[in-house]
Design a protein around this ligand. Structure first.
Ligand code: FAD
Length: 278
C-alpha cells in the first residue's frame, strides 16, 4: 500500500490497483495511459521483468474493456544495455498490443536518447501502420526537424515542454522561449501531422492554443495530463475533448513521487499539509 500522500500522484504498487484507478477515471470520461514506473536498468533481468509485466498489462486492459493504453520508457526496456535490446523488447510489446488493439506510447527521456527513441518508434510505426505514439520535447532545438520527420510516420505525437534539463547547446533553457517553441511546434503539427496529436501539458495557455488551432485546421487532438495534477480541469475538459490521464504505478514510486512534489511549490505544500495532518 502506498502512503496517502503518494497516492495523489501514483495509482498503487500493483497492476490491479492501477486498473482500479483507470476504472474510476473512465467513469468520469477520462481515458488512461498506464505506466509501470522504472528506468535506467543495467540488468537484463529487470528489463525482461518489466517488459513481461507490460505484456500482461496489455492483456488485462484488453480483457477488461477499459479505455486505456500504455506508455513505456526506452531505458526501462534496456536502452542503456544497447539499442538492440530496447528495439527487441519494444517490438514484442507493440506486437502483443497490436494484436489486442491496445495503443503504445513511448516516453522521451534525456536528449542523448532522442535518436534511438525516434528510430525505434519509426520502425515499429511503419511495421504496424499505427497503434504507437512518441513523445517529443519542445525545449530541444532539434525538435523542429524531428516533428517534420515524423509528419509522414503513421503514429501519434505527444508534444511536451520537456522534463529534463539539457545543456544550452542543444536546448532552450529559458521558460518563455520554450513556451514560444511549444506554440509554434503545435501549430506545425496541427497543420501537417495526420497521425494524431497529443497536447501533453497542464498549461491553460497551451490548451487554449490547441483549441484555436483545432478550429483553424480542423485537426483532431487529445489532451494528456498527469495523475494528481489539475484533475478537476481534466474532468471538465473531458466534456468537450478527449482527455487522457497518465497513470503511473509500481513499486519504484519513490523517485517519481519526489519529482512531482519538488517540481512545484503547490505540490510541496500539499505534501507538507498531508504529513502535518496525519
Ligand atoms: P508548466 O510549464 O510546468 O506550467 C505552466 C502552467 O500550467 C502553470 O503556470 C500553471 O498555470 C499550469 N500548471 C502546471 N502544473 C500545475 C499544477 N500542478 N497545478 C495547477 N496548475 C498547473 N516530459 C518528458 O521529458 N518526456 C515525456 O515522455 C513526458 N511525458 C509526459 C506525459 C504527460 C501526459 C504529461 C502531462 C507530461 C509529460 N512530460 C514528459 C512532462 C513535461 O515535459 C513537463 O515537464 C510537464 O508537463 C510540465 O510542463 P507543463 O506544460 O505541464 O506546464
Amino acid at each position: 500500500m502506498l502512503p496517502p500522500i503518494a497516492d495523489r500522484f501514483v495509482a498503487g504498487e500493483s497492476p490491479a490497483e492501477a486498473l482500479e484507478h483507470v476504472r474510476q477515471l473512465n467513469d468520469n470520461d477520462v481515458k488512461a495511459i498506464v505506466n509501470l514506473l522504472g528506468e535506467h536498468y543495467d540488468d537484463r533481468d529487470a528489463v525482461a521483468a518489466d517488459a513481461a509485466e507490460y505484456r500482461r498489462l496489455v492483456d488485462d486492459i484488453a480483457g477488461s474493456g477499459l479505455e486505456a493504453c500504455i506508455s513505456v520508457k526506452p531505458s526501462q526496456l534496456g536502452l542503456d544495455l544497447g539499442e538492440d535490446v530496447f528495439r527487441a523488447e519494444l517490438t514484442r510489446i507493440v506486437d502483443t498490443a497490436a494484436a489486442r488493439d491496445v495503443f503504445v506510447w513511448i516516453d522521451m527521456e534525456d536528449h542523448t536518447t532522442t535518436d534511438a527513441t525516434l528510430d525505434a518508434f519509426e520502425a515499429v510505426a511503419h511495421e504496424q501502420g499505427g497503434g504507437v505514439g512518441v513523445c517529443v520535447q519542445a525545449n530541444l532545438r532539434r525538435t523542429r526537424a524531428d516533428i517534420r520527420r515524423l509528419a509522414d510516420v503513421p503514429g501519434k505525437v505527444r508534444l511536451v515542454k520537456g522534463a529534463y534539463e539539457p545543456p544550452a547547446d542543444v536546448a532552450y533553457t529559458d521558460g518563455a522561449r520554450v513556451d514560444q517553441e511549444y506554440r509554434s511546434l503545435l501549430e506545425y503539427a496541427f497543420e501537417h501531422h495526420d497521425g494524431g496529436i497529443a497536447v501533453g501539458s497542464h498549461d491553460p495557455e497551451m490548451i487554449e492554443h490547441a483549441r484555436a488551432l483545432h478550429e483553424r485546421y480542423g485537426t483532431d487532438f487529445e489532451i494528456q495530463m498527469l495523475m494528481g495534477v489539475r484533475e478537476d480541469t481534466q474532468y471538465e475538459l473531458a466534456d468537450e475533448y478527449e482527455v487522457w490521464q497518465y497513470v503511473p504505478y509500481g513499486e519504484r514510486w519513490k523517485s517519481y513521487f519526489y519529482r512531482r512534489v519538488t517540481e512545484r511549490t503547490d505540490n510541496l505544500r500539499f505534501a507538507l499539509r498531508a504529513v502535518l495532518s496525519s
